[in-house]
Design a protein around this ligand. Structure first.
Ligand SMILES: [Mn+2]
Length: 271
């Protein structure tokens, strides 16, 4: 069964970014539950800044699950990335992500590698950047596997990375890894920029699809842009996808309205 999730960002530096709820984990959980979401996706400043006991109690109290945990704060706050030319920066990036893998794994949830993948250029060749990314994913993938969770790799649009922008190219890269535990996070906003056929790309990912970011073409809540959702929903259902569709969209016109529009769209297409 496909389940719904909504994002909660706890990263002050990311204000203005595409997250539905902000700053307050308890309030975000309460709103998510009131609207009928199945799960939350958290963007923490660092894994160590999350209190596992507090989170467990909040999830229990509100009947929610943890869908995934993002690692983008490592880039936003500390400029860490897995393809940095400085080996110390790569090591810190790996540690940052590893701590999120361990924390999320305790809740049966995967960590997400999005902006922490970095990019090539500025003296780093594409070949070198991909070799470093491969090396890091081959260490982090098994770490997640030990916790029985996948590790999520998210292709981003061309304005955010020059490593991989499409599902097809990302699948080709994942096939070169030793670990089989890295799955794709397909973000419908990035896909609306990069894919010729979003539904076709999702089907192509097939069993490698681990998570979906649910946002329209303009990164607003689903239904408020021009993405044709019908074939996208049909593709996810027909391929037997059984993960979350998680609202990673702009909080416009405000958080509650974006969340309400998302859950209305979710019910329309998946219930
Ligand atoms: Mn995303």
């Amino acid at each position: 069964m496909i389940t719904s999730a909504v994002t909660i960002s706890l990263v002050p530096e990311a204000r203005g970014g595409p997250f539905v709820f902000w700053d307050d984990l308890e309030a975000g959980c309460a709103r998510a539950a009131a609207l009928g979401f199945d799960a939350i996706e958290i963007f923490p400043t660092h894994a160590d800044d999350l209190d596992g006991l507090v989170l467990r109690e909040l999830l229990r109290k509100h009947g929610l699950r943890l869908a995934a945990v993002g690692t983008g704060a490592g880039w936003v706050r500390r400029k860490l990335r897995l393809t940095d030319p400085d080996p110390h920066v790569r090591m810190c990036a790996r540690d940052f992500i590893g701590a999120v893998i361990d924390f999320a794994g305790g809740f049966g949830a995967p960590a997400i590698i999005g902006s922490m993948q970095g990019r090539w250029g500025d003296g780093v060749s594409r070949e070198q950047a991909l070799a470093w990314l491969k090396e890091e994913l081959d260490q982090l993938g098994p770490r997640a596997h030990a916790l029985e969770t996948p590790l999520l790799y998210e292709p981003l649009n061309r304005y955010e990375t020059n490593l991989f922008n499409t599902v097809a190219d990302s699948l080709g890269f994942l096939a070169t890894l030793r670990t089989q535990n890295v799955k794709l996070l397909c973000d419908l906003f990035h896909m609306s920029i990069e894919e010729a056929d979003i539904a076709g790309a999702l089907k192509r990912a097939g069993p490698k699809l681990g998570h979906v970011h649910f946002a329209d073409s303009n990164r607003r809540a689903i239904g408020w842009g021009h993405t044709d959702i019908a074939p996208v929903a049909e593709a996810l259902k027909s391929m037997g996808y059984a993960g979350h569709v998680s609202a990673e969209c702009l909080p416009l016109p405000d958080s509650d309205a974006a969340a309400a529009q998302t859950i209305a769209s979710f019910r329309r297409w998946f219930r």
